[in-house]
Design a protein around this ligand. Structure first.
Ligand SMILES: NC(=O)c1ccc[n+]([C@@H]2O[C@H](COP(=O)([O-])OP(=O)(O)OC[C@H]3O[C@@H](n4cnc5c(N)ncnc54)[C@H](O)[C@@H]3O)[C@@H](O)[C@H]2O)c1
Ligand SMILES: O=C(O)[C@H](O)COP(=O)(O)O
Length: 526
């Protein structure tokens, strides 16, 4: 049975799902050295934001197949290191969207009405109504930086509170912003005009210290800024200085450059600053959502199925996956087949998407074809995560073409591999109940479903050759399950595709190519 380590606090709903397929160990608060010591026993690791999954931990996780982040941000995981090792990293992109958006909205209102400090003062026994006069958000301008899932929900709710909305997000369209009632503006204008600024962007090299002494100086002296996105987007030293100097009106932070928050000037500031310990996703509902979402993906990967929200499988979202799954199987089979026909070291892989396939997203198909192509060399070590990297490291050049014209089949995938031993090609399609069929081998039309053991010959189309090959195979006790000849002209060159029940015995290929008329023979295992 597989083993899963849960190293952050996860809702029981997730543990229950994992327990269906694995032994689950919940070990919270592990030090890095302790995690390194035990991670080698586990097939999967499930975390939130507290566990830092470094390259060292990934390298010690020799059995690891998947790292599941029960939440959105994977910045605590060394994703490139996981990718190099072929470990799938999954998250829950939507499970805590509402929770994080509502936390940001709560911060905006709490800042405006000094709720934390007013509450603390009453609890201390005071009744001070003068120190906590607030401001209304109605008719004020909210600047939303990042109009993705969380930013959009914040904008939608703020709109209903009567706020005017400005937004900055270079990756969304003006139409989308308008649908949400937001005016898309440049960042400088947003900084100058907003009464409230709320951040909903990932932390990237471009967004690190986006809020710094220079950008803070552009804001209104009454501006209030909220960060429920990621620590480090705000330069905390510059923020504390701006707040102290009255250059901005207030700040509410849920996330920090270093967590847990250590010594910080921000702690010493008054009611204009609200600090929460990374609580954006901490609602009962969100925790159930993310735990189920990620546990289901871990379960699926441990059962050999693909995950719906893998962050390190390019272009493979849940919607794409559902549609492309059968085509990915086709691409992988063809990749495996053409790799074996080509033999030697493949240098160029041409991939042509034909007919209705030409309009599909191609990246997952390319990855699947490469996974198939590299299977003979790498076996289980190649998967959807590392296939592209492995191919690149081997210097395999991938050339992709599309042709939307429909020929004999509605949609076909054609792979041509050129390597040290020559060039071979295969084409395939999904027919009937989405069953894989080989429709062409080395330019010769055939129509056969692939089977585990196959034999292909290149021969001259002439009387008696099928019989001679059949007798030869019979003399080696090889049972033929099916056989088909593909030819372009009568008595010209032809290809024979045979499905056989068992692997071809050693040495028989040499006998086959001695049969008069047979020029070449290839055996493959799929
Ligand atoms: N505090 C919490 O507990 C908590 C909970 C959930 C998510 N988060 C964080 O909230 C953030 C947003 O999450 P989401 O689910 O809305 O993500 P999302 O991917 O749906 O949206 C992010 C948006 O930011 C935009 N963006 C990227 N780079 C930008 C840039 N340089 N300038 C402006 N916009 C940029 C993208 O186009 C996208 O629209 C993430 O950092 C996530 O980790 C925090
Ligand atoms: O990225 C996220 O999902 C949030 O930051 C939540 O983090 P958490 O799961 O540690 O609360």
């Amino acid at each position: 049975m597989s083993k899963v380590l849960v190293s952050d606090s996860i809702d029981q709903a997730g543990i229950d799902i994992l327990s269906q397929v694995a032994t689950v160990d919940v070990k919270l608060g592990l030090k890095p050295a302790e995690l390194i010591e035990i991670i080698g026993e586990y097939d999967a690791l499930m975390i939130r934001s507290s566990t830092r999954v470094t390259q060292e931990i990934i390298e010690a996780g020799t059995q690891l197949k998947i790292i599941g982040r029960a939440g959105v941000g994977v910045d605590n995981v060394d994703v490139p290191a996981a990718t190099r090792r072929g470990i799938v990293v999954v998250n829950s992109p939507e499970g805590n969207t509402i929770a994080a958006a509502e936390h940001a909205l709560a911060m905006i209102l709490a800042l405006s009405r000094h709720i934390p400090d007013a509450n603390a003062s009453v609890k201390r026994g005071a009744w001070d109504r003068n120190s906590f006069v607030g401001a209304e958000v109605y008719k004020k301008t909210l600047g939303v930086v990042g109009l993705g899932k969380i930013g959009s929900h914040v904008a939608a709710v703020a709109k209903t509170m009567g706020m005017k909305l400005l937004a900055y997000d270079p990756f969304i369209s003006t139409d989308r912003a308008e649908q949400l009632g937001c005016q898309l503006v440049e960042l400088d204008l947003l900084f100058q005009q907003a009464d409230y600024i709320t951040l909903h962007i990932p932390k990237t090299p471009e967004t690190t210290h986006l809020i710094n002494a220079t950008t803070l100086a552009k804001m209104k002296p009454t501006a209030r800024i909220v960060n429920c996105a990621r620590g480090g987007i705000i330069d905390e030293v510059a923020l504390a200085a701006a707040l102290k100097a009255g250059k901005i009106g207030g700040a509410a932070l849920d996330v920090f450059e270093s967590e847990p928050l250590g010594e910080s000037e921000l702690r010493s500031l008054g009611k204009e600053v609200i600090l929460t310990p990374h609580l954006g996703a901490s609602t009962a509902e969100a925790q159930v959502n993310v735990a189920i979402d990620v546990a289901e993906q871990i379960r699926d990967v441990l059962l050999g199925l693909p995950a719906r929200s893998a962050v390190n499988i390019p272009g493979l979202g849940p919607d794409v996956l559902e549609e492309l799954k059968p085509y990915m199987q086709l691409a992988e089979t063809l990749g495996n087949l053409v790799g074996q026909l080509a033999g030697g070291r493949v240098e160029v892989l041409n991939i042509r998407l034909q007919g209705e396939l030409a309009t599909n997203k191609s990246q997952p198909l390319v990855v699947a074809a490469l996974k198939g192509l590299l299977y003979q060399a790498l076996r289980e070590r190649v998967n959807y995560v590392n296939a592209s990297i492995e191919a690149k490291e081997r210097g395999i050049r991938v050339i992709e073409t599309r042709d939307a014209s429909i020929r004999d089949y509605a949609g076909t995938l054609h792979l041509e591999a050129t390597g040290t031993l020559g060039t071979h090609s295969v084409t395939g399609a999904l027919l009937g109940e989405r069953e894989i069929h080989l429709t062409d081998v080395d330019g010769f039309p055939i129509n056969v479903p692939p089977s585990k053991y196959m034999l292909f010959t290149l021969h001259r189309d002439m009387p008696g050759i099928i019989g001679k090959l059949g007798s030869l195979l019979g003399s080696f006790n090889v049972n033929i399950a099916s056989m088909q000849v593909g030819r372009k002209i009568v008595r010209g060159d032809a290809v024979m595709a045979l499905s056989i029940d068992d692997p071809l015995p050693e040495g028989i290929l040499n006998e086959i190519i001695k049969v008069p008329g047979i020029r070449d023979a290839y055996t493959v295992t799929l």
